[in-house]
Design a protein around this ligand. Structure first.
Ligand SMILES: [Fe+2]
Ligand SMILES: [Fe+2]
Length: 315
């Protein structure tokens, strides 16, 4: 039996992405994790606790670091230097690297990993990812035979907002077209969309990997926030033996978006009732589980609240 663990889209360096605790960044100070990052780290520790002790192949399927966040002037980074991001990612991955026989790094989106993946290449050197035929540590596309199954791994895939499994069906179709034959046991693995989906046709399995990044402001403001909020974060393990694949899901809920409350009753009436209502709301807030909230100490929510206060202060 061969055990493969596939992880994607960690986006280390983003204030919405997972980040190791106790890492001293290029500012010279320890990077302080916000509430969302603490939640991601808790999920990470839970996953580490249930993973097998021996991983034959660790697949890192791109966007492991976040890069420079240039479109937002680096505003949403907790560490601005992509090389330091790569070192932080290596620190985070260390418990997995120690138990993995082979490490393969797939090249992520150029916006995040640098021109020709130069920053992810640096990460590949640090974690000693397997070198491709061109000597590089990041691979644009991996075809790999494992115990009677052909793995087909790449970062990008197309994206369907409504029918989440449709891009994976197309990927299987493209593979069958390319080979012009039924390929036997075949497993397609993709990242990039940050949405988990698993498709099993009986002969072929296709996996869209979840990410380790919470919905950021870019996802909230492009297209539609309700469409782009992922349901899960996590990873997928594949137990492969004699041409058979068993998929193991390590999934954790993406936190619910923050709901703010506006207290009414300021135009008059019984002030006693108003304060009682306010007290009830405060009690309700206290009952909510903090790990389940995106904006708990999160940058996007704080920014929105600040803007709102300024709007009210304007003449
Ligand atoms: Fe990504
Ligand atoms: Fe990507």
């Amino acid at each position: 039996m061969t055990y493969v663990l596939a992880l994607s889209d960690l986006h280390v360096g983003s204030r919405f992405g997972i980040f190791p605790s106790g890492f001293v960044g290029t500012s010279g100070a320890e990077v302080r994790l916000n509430g969302g990052q603490q939640y991601l780290l808790e999920c990470w520790e839970k996953m580490l606790a249930v993973l097998p002790q021996n991983i034959d192949l660790l697949l890192l399927v791109g966007d492991i670091i976040d890069g420079q966040n240039l479109k937002q002037y680096s505003r949403f980074l907790c560490e601005v230097d992509p090389h330091a991001q790569a070192r932080a990612a290596a620190r985070l991955l260390q418990p997995l690297l120690e138990r993995s026989g082979e490490i393969i790094l797939i090249r992520g989106s150029s916006y995040h990993v640098g021109s020709a993946a130069e920053w992810e290449e640096f990460l590949g050197e640090v974690i000693q990812a397997r070198q491709g035929p061109d000597g590089r540590r990041t691979l644009p596309w991996l075809l790999c035979e494992v115990d009677g199954v052909l793995l087909d791994v790449a970062h990008r895939q197309s994206y369907s907002m409504r029918s989440r499994g449709w891009p994976l069906e197309r990927e299987i179709g493209f593979a069958l077209e390319r080979m012009d034959r039924t390929p036997g046991a075949y497993c397609i693995i993709r990242g990039h969309t940050h949405n988990f989906h698993l498709l099993d046709t009986g002969d072929q399995i296709a996996v869209s990997l979840p990410s380790w990044k919470l919905q950021d402001e870019f996802a909230q403001t492009t297209i539609s926030p309700n469409r782009t909020i992922p349901r899960h974060i996590g990873a997928v393990g594949l137990e492969i033996s004699g041409g058979e694949i068993n998929a193991h899901k390590y999934l954790f809920r993406h936190p619910e978006p923050t709901v703010i409350s506006i207290a009414g009753g300021s135009a008059g009436g019984d002030s006693g009732s108003a304060s009682a209502r306010g007290q009830r709301r405060a009690d309700d807030e206290g009952d909510r589980p903090t790990p389940g909230r995106v904006g708990d100490d999160g940058p996007a929510t704080r920014a929105r609240t600040r803007r709102k206060r300024q709007d009210h202060a304007s003449p």
